[in-house]
Design a protein around this ligand. Structure first.
Ligand code: FAD
Ligand code: DHB
Length: 389
């Protein structure tokens, strides 16, 4: 088979890129290791920057987000069970939208299907070849038969564990990494959200986050040891711990019920530089990971798609290579802003096992400053709603 852009990975970044390319008359094939149901079963991000919503509009897949997504003009921070509000709208005139990654992905799958886009599921052994030539190709196995896709470019949209980044020679790649000494235990529950806006809580027992998917579906997280066995966290144990960490009024209002998903995710900051090697372009989690505190992972994947799509349009439309040549540098500049913000917000909101009295006093001072200073709040707001592309 031959196509113009072979996309490895059918998560949000791969699907969005293929849908945008399709609307610009550029052919692509998406290769995905899992089934569609498996991809749609992963509960992940919940908060979209409006820049991300704009990308969904450009791709023609924003109708349901606009109808069902929840615009949020602020968020609560809490310190030792007392909350205060960061008013994005009043501070900087912007909002975010709560609309789950699962729904974004579903909308994209539906659009690809309607346009007869090629998305091949349950491929095995995907590997890109000859990336440093002008005739790259990707091989994969499906039902025991090996296939080959010849293409002009390979987009590595295959997440942190995918093969694309591994195909870049070690001596070309610089990797930056910080692993945090705790994880997030996340729960999804068919209960009304405890607050109409998100609550990020700093507490001596550890961080907690109250989020939502819609008015009937809540999403909660608590900081927990990453190697805690899940069966230690019965529903009752989870709700008790969450209640202890939330602001008092929220803890009293919390409606609990059976959980329909429960998992522990590790927290990591990671950047691969460069994001381009020859005809391979890394996109999203394949190139970088942020701890989830700033709600940046999916939004960064979407901004990478913005830069790569623009560059490919320039290449195919006008024979202009400047976008492709500048992709890595342009994408990485925005990535590092989000890496910094997510690191700062994570450091400010969590209890670290090795935290000294000095570290704790600095964290307390940081939070007091945030609570008191509209300028400090504006800096948080500007990063949280998303820096411009
Ligand atoms: P992925 O979603 O990882 O997709 C990659 C795809 O490639 C997968 O479908 C995978 O199956 C496929 N693949 C892998 N290997 C191969 C192979 N060999 N061949 C073919 N296909 C392959 N981000 C936010 O912006 N806001 C949030 O609020 C937020 N909250 C989060 C909460 C949690 C608990 C977690 C875990 C993440 C959260 N994130 C959040 C991060 C966000 O989910 C990711 O950044 C996002 O999924 C990245 O999209 P992607 O398409 O780059 O990668
Ligand atoms: C959600 C996840 C996040 O990491 C975050 O910062 C905000 C919300 C969520 O899953 O709803």
């Amino acid at each position: 088979m031959r196509t113009q852009v072979c996309i490895i990975g059918g998560g949000p970044s791969g699907l969005l890129l293929s849908q945008l390319l399709h609307r610009a008359g550029i052919a692509s094939v998406v290769l995905e290791r899992r089934s569609r149901d498996y991809v749609l079963g992963r509960i992940r991000a919940g908060v979209l920057e409006y820049g991300s919503v704009g990308m969904l509009e450009q791709a023609g897949v924003a109708a349901r987000a606009h109808a069902e997504g929840l615009p949020h003009s602020g968020t609560y921070l809490a310190v030792q069970n007392e909350g205060f509000r960061i008013d994005f709208d009043a501070l900087i005139g912007k909002k975010v939208m709560v609309y789950g990654q699962t729904e974004v992905t579903r909308d994209l799958y539906d659009a690809r299907e309607k346009a007869d886009g090629i998305v091949i599921h349950e491929v095995e052994g995907t590997w890109p070849h000859d990336l440093d030539t002008d005739a790259p190709y990707v091989t994969y196995t499906l039902d025991g038969t090996e296939y080959r896709v010849d293409c002009d470019f390979v987009a590595g949209c295959d997440g942190f564990h995918g093969p694309s980044r591994q195909a870049i020679p070690k001596d070309v790649l610089t990797e930056y990494e910080r692993v945090y000494p705790f994880g997030w235990l996340g729960v999804l529950s068919e209960t009304p959200p405890v607050s109409h806006e998100l609550i990020y809580a700093n507490h001596p027992r550890g961080f907690a986050l109250a989020s939502m998917r819609n008015p009937h579906l809540s999403r909660y997280y608590i900081q927990a040891p990453v190697d805690d066995p899940l069966d230690k966290w019965t529903d009752a144990a989870f709700w008790d711990e969450l209640r202890r960490r939330l602001p008092h009024d929220a803890a009293e209002a919390l409606v609990t019920g059976p959980t329909i998903e429960k998992s522990i995710a590790p927290l990591r900051s990671y950047v691969a530089d460069p994001m381009r090697w020859g005809r391979l372009f890394l996109v999203g989690d394949a190139a970088h990971i942020v701890p989830p505190t700033g709600a940046k992972g999916l939004n960064l994947a979407i901004s990478d798609v913005h830069y790569l799509f623009k560059a490919l349009k320039l290449h195919y439309g006008q024979g202009d290579e400047t976008g492709l040549d500048g992709y890595s540098q342009t994408a990485l500049a925005r990535v590092w802003n989000a890496i910094r913000f997510s690191w700062w917000f994570t450091t400010t909101m969590h209890r670290f096992p090795e935290q000294t009295p000095f570290d704790q006093a600095i964290q307390d001072a940081e939070l007091r400053y945030l609570q008191a200073s509209p300028r400090a709040q504006a800096a948080l707001a500007e990063n949280y709603v998303g820096l411009p592309y």
